[in-house]
Design a protein around this ligand. Structure first.
Ligand code: CP
Length: 304
């Protein structure tokens, strides 16, 4: 693993190594020292959880972490992304953590640069968000030990969600029974390529589910503004405490990658209930999983 670009390009054993290291770091054990290594956060799209947790993760490992200011860099003077990356490497940056609206951006950059700088994908367009899927998997294994054979239901804006796609790919590798519930205009165009069960009806989707993962409606990626109608979405796909406790399995986990459109995807009372606590645990776990990712990549530099 020289880069972390997507779930497809990492092995099951790499995933398990990351999960095990994250578990140890969370327990305060075996925290590596990556002093003298430098990470650059290059975020072209907004972020709270991913950006801040990578910064905290890098600092916990003793790394230098720089916030590359995309709005005020020489990119605004016409410098290319290729030249920018090569200059950052010349300045001593080892690893770039990038979020960009263009799906596959890291593959484009790698085709152009000559330097051996490393990349972590912090979300590219609607394609991939591998670090979110890894922290979600960590949270699932922490709560219910394994994903194998567990009914995991993902609800919402599947088409535009890089989180859903990375989760489906990762959870499939580990034998989860994946169900999806989405309005037709938010569902996959070619659903058959994924080995998952589709539902139009939310109750049947979450019935006996061990994990219910709601997604954010990705309004910024919709072609038509104000669509879907929030009230209609909430009526058909919004999850409240009554629905969750009545239909999901006993001790089911409620997840959401955040940020939540409160009272649309999940009601405020569900978020404030015991079940809602897992969502902040996901964010918390992100720090340890991202520490494990940085350490894994820095230590295997050049092998991928
Ligand atoms: N889940 C997630 O990617 O959140 P941010 O957009 O805040 O990083």
């Amino acid at each position: 693993m020289k880069h972390l670009i997507d779930i497809e390009s990492i092995s099951q054993s790499d995933i398990l190594d990351i999960i095990e290291s994250a578990r140890q770091y969370k327990n305060g054990q075996n925290i590596p020292n990556l002093q003298h290594r430098t990470a650059a956060l290059m975020f072209y799209e907004n972020s709270t959880r991913t950006k801040c947790s990578f910064e905290i993760a890098g600092k916990k490992l003793g790394m230098n972490v720089i916030n590359f200011d995309t709005a005020h860099s020489s990119l605004s003077k016409g410098e290319s992304l290729k030249d920018t990356v090569e200059n950052l490497y010349a300045l001593g940056v080892d690893i770039i953590i990038i979020r960009h609206s263009l799906s596959g951006i890291i593959y484009n950059i790698l085709n152009q640069i000559k330097c051996p700088i490393q990349f972590v994908n912090a979300g590219d367009g609607t394609r991939s968000h591998p670090t979110q899927a890894l922290l979600d998997f960590f949270t699932i294994t922490e709560k219910i030990k394994t994903a194998e054979g567990k009914k995991i239901t993902i609800v919402g804006d599947i088409t535009h969600s890089r989180v859903a796609k990375s989760n489906i790919k990762l959870l499939s590798k580990f034998g989860a029974d994946i169900h999806v519930c989405a309005p037709s205009y938010m569902n996959f165009k070619n659903p058959d390529i994924y080995n998952i069960t589709y539902h139009q009806d939310l109750k049947s989707a979450i019935k006996d589910a061990d994990v219910v993962m709601a997604l954010r409606i990705q309004n910024e990626r919709h072609e038509k503004e104000g669509y879907p109608d929030s009230a209609e979405y909430k009526r058909l796909y919004g999850i409240n405490s009554e629905l969750f406790s009545k239909y999901a399995a006993k001790n089911a986990i409620l997840m959401h990658p955040g940020p939540v459109n409160t009272d649309i995807e999940l009601t405020a009372e569900l978020l404030e209930s015991k079940a809602g606590e897992t969502i902040l645990e996901q964010a918390h776990n992100g720090v340890f999983v991202r520490m494990a990712i940085l350490n894994n990549l820095i230590n295997q530099k050049g092998e991928g």
